[in-house]
Design a protein around this ligand. Structure first.
Ligand SMILES: [Fe+2]
Ligand SMILES: [Fe+2]
Length: 225
């Protein structure tokens, strides 16, 4: 009833202000303005949806390649630190001395890669800070699973190589992208740093493939024969 309509519109989740108030008549014929509180729930849902969309669009429009570069840098910074722990575990678990040595060598390289990333953060004037990377967490968890499920078996080393190569491939994807974005952003010093790491990741991947082909896969296959 008109007498029960509050004078001021309460806030209903978001401020609804009709562009042109609708005019209607009550039963006595008096002209009344349709109050925002009288909008149907469907109207409110539609308005809220539009509001959310425009807010998102605004945020998305405000992000650039610089933001992507920074976010991805934080992703790989987090990943490298987790990989240091993963390599320690894999080196401890490996049976073949050659594989153990390969993991230890890459551990040392990875420490240098973390330092390179700190320099890249410095170049873009940002604090070196990681951002949780669920992908590397998952890849490393699978490595832990292999180490535990195949412990003491002939297939362990082949499994560890496969887990380590999944890590390297993730890193190669990330560094390849970062290098390209650094080129586009004109970050010449960052390009050199990222390229140096990308070369180490690729060399590690190749070394692991060679170890698998020459030793680990054979050992697992021979035991099966
Ligand atoms: Fe790395
Ligand atoms: Fe690596």
């Amino acid at each position: 009833m008109p007498s029960r309509i509050p004078r001021r519109a309460p806030t209903i989740g978001l401020r609804l202000v009709p562009a042109a108030p609708e005019v209607w008549s009550d039963p006595s014929g008096r002209a009344m303005t349709k109050h925002p509180t009288m909008l149907t729930q469907a109207h409110r849902n539609a308005a809220e949806h539009l509001f959310t969309l425009s807010e998102k669009d605004f945020i998305m429009a405000d992000k650039t390649l610089d933001d992507l570069f920074h976010d991805t840098l934080r992703d790989i910074f987090y990943a490298e630190k987790k990989i240091l722990k993963g390599l320690t575990k894999m080196a401890r678990a490996a049976q073949l001395p050659e594989l153990k040595a390969a993991f230890e060598k890459h551990y040392d390289e990875t420490e240098g890669q973390v330092e390179r990333l700190e320099k890249v953060f410095d170049i873009i004037g940002k604090r070196a800070r990681g951002k949780t990377c669920p992908a590397i967490d998952g890849i490393l968890e699978e490595g832990d699973e292999i180490a535990s499920d195949y412990k003491g078996t002939s297939a362990l080393d082949a499994g560890l190589v496969s887990a380590a190569q999944a890590v390297e491939h993730y890193e190669i994807a990330r560094y390849g992208t970062l290098r390209r974005w650094a080129q586009m952003l004109g970050l010449t010093d960052a390009v050199s740093l990222l390229e140096a790491t990308l070369a180490e990741e690729s060399a590690t991947d190749e070394a692991l493939s060679a170890l698998a082909e020459q030793m680990a896969n054979e050992k697992a296959a021979d035991a099966a024969a």
